[in-house]
Design a binder for this molecule. Structure first.
Ligand SMILES: Nc1ncnc2c1ncn2[C@@H]1O[C@H](COP(=O)(O)OP(=O)(O)O)[C@@H](O)[C@H]1O
Ligand SMILES: N[C@@H](CC(=O)OP(=O)(O)O)C(=O)O
Length: 415
């Protein structure tokens, strides 16, 4: 079996859905599982709806209309028969969403977030599945919440692997293409999500449970490049990567692959292909149990919007294990991801990202015992397999706040 994953960029408009259908028609097998994310930047648009709902702003209706119009335009362009069942299906989803917005009484941001945000993937897969059926690519639409089970850690739920594998593995017998949602899952009763950009991870979960032969994630780039083309000119395609190297790149922030994706695939040695949905015949990048990086060139990764926090003792005493444990407990509670650590005798610097807007809480907690300084909006650059030329590139014209080198990896934090 194969698993395909199509992200938001691939289905941002009607042409994108038509292109997806061509790829599925040409490259899938009869039992391929197709995972689809919300269309374009719709997850961001749903985030605005959540914000407007919970802050009771006057913009709620406008934000809802924006999302509704966006999907309506795509459906109208794809389906010329105005009596097609897709119109009803999409309308029903919007009615459900409106009912949820009207009747919600919860003030738990993360919980409400997951209930609302899930409509993005429900809409996209409904449209894609019906379009595929319409053009003769017969498929079954699955509600992924009946297959991927998690705890109730809303917005970053943890997969219950035993239950999930039990629920997914009967699909091995399924003799048709299945279309389902990325990013979503459920606890015992509600929708949960796996973390932003988690649809890549969904594809790995299905592949693992199905013992699939491969996963292909279809992207708007030719494959994994040695840098993000949005920030670096003259990038090079990496033809092959080992799981280990891909895990390292994803960990340091190469956003082309969600960091949790590689581990399940590596465990069962399932090959991951990253290919271009614009040029599907090109070979892209193959990630498997092979050589580290081919070609072996420096790989550049940048993470923007980081916060550099410097923590030092109040009385010039050493920062020791007990303090570090303290510091990490606070970060753990705040779900704050640490991307770089540097310590000296009396100070400890961390570069973190504040996905859950907990900076104020963290700083208050630190200040009880430590002296704190921090700089917001810094960038963290990482270079894997650096050489002199790469160091010169990465350091040029930057105000460097922290620098760290290991044998393979150079990291700098800049303002
Ligand atoms: N090393 C890299 N190689 C290729 N693309 C990268 C890399 N690092 C970051 N990117 C970015 O990842 C984007 C594709 O990932 P993403 O936008 O998450 O796609 P999708 O929405 O399909 O999941 C590219 O457009 C590119 O800007
Ligand atoms: N739609 C979700 C999940 C996802 O993975 O999307 P994409 O595949 O477009 O990155 C998000 O934007 O976070």
């Amino acid at each position: 079996m194969k698993v395909f994953k199509f992200g938001g960029a691939s289905v941002k408009d009607a042409e994108g859905v038509i292109n997806l259908a061509k790829i599925v028609k040409q490259f899938s097998d009869k039992d391929t599982v197709v995972i689809v994310s919300a269309m374009g930047k719709m997850t961001n648009a749903f985030e605005v709806i959540v914000h407007n709902l919970l802050n009771e702003t006057s913009e709620l209706e406008a934000s809802l209309n924006y999302v509704e119009d966006y999907h309506s335009a795509i459906v109208s362009a794809l389906f010329l028969d105005k009596n097609h069942s897709v119109f009803n299906a999409v309308e029903t989803l919007f009615q459900d969403l409106k009912l949820l917005l009207k009747t919600n009484t919860s003030t738990n941001y993360n919980f409400v977030y997951d209930q609302v945000i899930g409509f993005g993937e429900l809409l996209s897969t409904t449209i894609v599945s019906q379009y595929l059926n319409d053009i003769g690519v017969h498929n079954t639409w699955l509600d992924v919440r009946n297959y991927i089970k998690t705890d109730s850690n809303f917005r970053r739920a943890n997969v219950d692997w035993d239950m999930t594998c039990q629920l997914i593995s009967p699909l091995k017998q399924q003799n048709s293409i299945c279309v389902t949602q990325g990013f979503l899952a459920s606890d015992s009763e509600n929708t949960t999500t796996l973390g932003r950009e988690g649809s890549d991870y969904t594809s790995a979960i299905f592949a693992y449970a199905l013992d699939a032969e491969s996963v292909t994630i279809w992207k708007d780039v030719p494959g994994v490049l040695n840098a993000d083309p949005r920030y670096f000119p003259n990038t090079q395609l990496l033809d092959q990567l080992s799981y280990r190297e891909a895990i390292e790149l994803a960990f340091y922030g190469a956003s082309v692959i969600h960091p949790k994706t590689l581990q399940p695939l590596q465990q069962k040695e399932i090959t991951l292909f990253v290919k271009s949905f614009l040029n599907p015949l090109e070979k892209g990048t193959k990630i498997s149990q092979n050589q580290d990086v081919v070609p072996k060139v420096p790989c550049y990764i940048v993470k923007k919007n980081q916060i550099l926090i410097c923590i030092s003792s109040l009385d010039f005493s050493y920062i020791v294990e007990e303090n570090i444990s303290d510091i990490f407990n606070i970060l753990h509670v705040a779900k704050m991801k640490v991307n770089l650590i540097q310590n000296s005798a009396i100070s400890f610097s961390i570069c973190v990202e504040d996905t859950f807007t907990n900076l104020k809480y963290v700083l208050e907690q630190f200040q009880v015992k430590y002296k704190i300084s921090y700089t917001s909006n810094v960038s963290l650059y990482t270079v894997r397999h650096y050489n002199d030329a790469a160091i010169a590139i990465i350091e040029s014209n930057k105000h460097i706040l922290v620098q760290q080198r290991t044998q393979d990896t150079l990291q700098i934090v800049t303002k």
